[in-house]
Design a protein around this ligand. Sequence first.
Ligand SMILES: NC(=O)c1ccc[n+]([C@@H]2O[C@H](COP(=O)([O-])OP(=O)(O)OC[C@H]3O[C@@H](n4cnc5c(N)ncnc54)[C@H](O)[C@@H]3O)[C@@H](O)[C@H]2O)c1
Length: 339
Amino acid sequence: MEKVSLKTDTLKKEIISIFKKYGLSNQHALISAKALINAELVGAYGHGLSRIRMYCDRISKKVINPKPQFKIKKISQSITHIDANNSIGFVAADIAIKRSILNAKKTGIGMVAVKNSGHYGLSGYYAEQAVKKNLISMIYTNAPPAVAPFGSIKSLFGTNPICFGSPTGSKVPFILDTSISMINRGKIRVAARNNQKIPQGVALDKFGKPTTDAKKALEGVQLPIAGFRGSGLAWMVDILSGVLTGGNHSGKVKDPFDDFTGPQNIGHLFITFKTNLFVKDFNSRIKKNLKIIKRLPKIKGVKEIMYPGENKFKRFKMNSKKDIKISNIIKKDLEILKQ
Ligand SMILES: NC(=O)c1ccc[n+]([C@@H]2O[C@H](COP(=O)([O-])OP(=O)(O)OC[C@H]3O[C@@H](n4cnc5c(N)ncnc54)[C@H](O)[C@@H]3O)[C@@H](O)[C@H]2O)c1
């Protein structure tokens, strides 16, 4: 696949000007551009620029509101409920994580529920913001149907990521940020666009047969991690981010690429809390915890036992030093959107 190299700043300016052309304010365009660039830099291409055309199409078709009026309801010093008025998800999530951090700094724990939002990209991106303020975070969002509940042949759960972030006493945060499906749906979309195969054992076609054809997988069902356990975790995320928040749930979140009949009304839940609620020496305790685990004897061929988030941190640092490489397909998307 042919790639084009672009300076990060040039790309950021291009994205900002595209979003502004589609009606976002300068600040909202900047928030969205930063989130998309971050996804490219950590190598989460399925949540990066491969989606920009989709966001702009949804704005054009009036199912993302480019000028949202956020309703921010204070429920207590710790708890906030946000109605995002169908904004682009990045902006709703940015407001929510910042509010959750403020609440936690004031009271020890912050909890922010969001409804009427859209796809916000990578949960870990928001967990990193909390870690930088020395807070632990737990973040949930639901997503359009992709995974069949255990025992069913119909997709209903999204790939519903589960995210947990924690300071580590070092520069490299612990960020467990994982979808509950064997493979991220974004990766399947990228494979389908580039005519690439997907791995065995991650999806079934619409007839329930295992497939490595990305297009057939998108029409069929994705498999959850660990059978009924993964299905249960997806269900938990649907309850926490959909049922609890006032967002859509039980398969009602619309697919952002294929369904323009209305807004997605995705729900998110952000929980952040201080590390010193129960012990005064969290930093030294977590350092010890990581040290013990990282020093365990390794399987042959494994150089290092990594904790979640280490791989993405390294990738981000390495990629930040270089130009961003985008495929010709994405370059074409940007050119069309700029016209
Ligand atoms: N907004 C949405 O609707 C949505 C839906 C699904 C996924 N996502 C996002 O997509 C991103 C990718 O999800 P994914 O499930 O493909 O992630 P992944 O499989 O790449 O990684 C999952 C987790 O495992 C960790 N990990 C990976 N390799 C490791 C190793 N060798 N040792 C230790 N830990 C390791 C990672 O740091 C990460 O925390 C996430 O950021 C997620 O939030 C978003």
